[in-house]
Design a binder for this molecule. Structure first.
Ligand SMILES: [Zn+2]
Length: 258
């Protein structure tokens, strides 16, 4: 008979409180995929594991197999990303990548490449790498590793090479399309040359190289728009965290302390 308890390295994607003091954790584990577990009594002041039951905590969890949900019995922290938690824009980006991993995965389907992608992104946010760069890099690599890589080399519709002009972005076609195909559609989003080049660069780069890309405000918002549209098309729904990120952008920046 298989052992009743097991250990799993995991990152907490989200949590839901229930009953008097319990909490369900959605863990994304390195080896077993996404697993829902119950942390009993975790919301009591005396709980020794409370610090490990917050979203975006990276820990090794000890779990016992249960009838419906496995039960959390112990935890050793690996990373809590303290600098990311100190900054609203960074933590919102952390929630964003966690939400996307949750949306792109089914329960108990192992995917070490997605685990690495999530871990790398959280570590980069904690290191203070520009949040939009991390998010757009993450979007492209998530799509790639999930089998939805956008077409960036040739027209996704007619397969001719894309000329170095403003082309168009059409998620329903699978990525970039040429001006000829775009002219036959009632509405398309223009795709500037530098946005196309940035998308290509982000897709082939590791996050270290990606972080050297200079994204000014117009380019940041163009890339955000295109990838948001693409993800919405693939998922057939909005990503809730993007609304929070939009609201954060409209907040006035605090005055520098002199
Ligand atoms: Zn075309």
């Amino acid at each position: 008979m298989a052992s009743r308890t097991y250990r799993a390295e995991a990152i907490v994607l989200k949590t839901n409180d229930f009953a008097e003091a319990d909490r369900i954790l959605v863990l994304f584990t390195r080896h077993f995929g996404k697993v829902r577990v119950v942390a009993k009594g975790i919301r009591r002041a005396t709980s020794r594991m409370a610090g490990h039951a917050e979203p975006l905590t990276h820990a090794t969890y000890q779990l016992a197999r249960g009838r419906e949900l496995d039960v959390l019995t112990g935890a050793e922290a690996r990373a809590i990303y303290p600098d990311m938690r100190d900054d609203l824009a960074l933590i919102a980006a952390g929630w964003y990548v966690a939400e996307l991993v949750d949306r792109f995965t089914a329960d108990r389907v192992p995917s070490a490449p997605l685990f690495d992608l999530l871990e790398t992104s959280l570590r980069a946010l904690d290191a203070g790498i520009h949040a939009p760069t991390v998010c757009r890099w993450f979007d492209l690599h998530l799509l790639d590793r999930s089998g939805f890589r956008p077409e960036l080399g040739e027209c996704a519709q007619c397969r001719t090479a894309l000329a170095e002009v403003t082309n168009a972005w059409e998620p329903a076609a699978g990525g970039a399309i040429c001006t000829g195909c775009a002219s036959r559609l009632p509405y398309v989003a223009p795709l500037t040359v530098r946005a196309l080049k940035s998308l290509r660069y982000l897709l082939v780069s590791d996050l270290d190289s990606a972080s050297r890309l200079r994204l000014d405000a117009p380019l940041t918002s163009e890339l955000d728009r295109h990838l948001r549209g693409f993800l919405r098309y693939v998922l057939d729904r909005d990503i809730s965290t993007t609304h929070l990120m939009d609201e954060l952008r409209t907040l006035p920046h605090p005055a520098p302390v002199s």
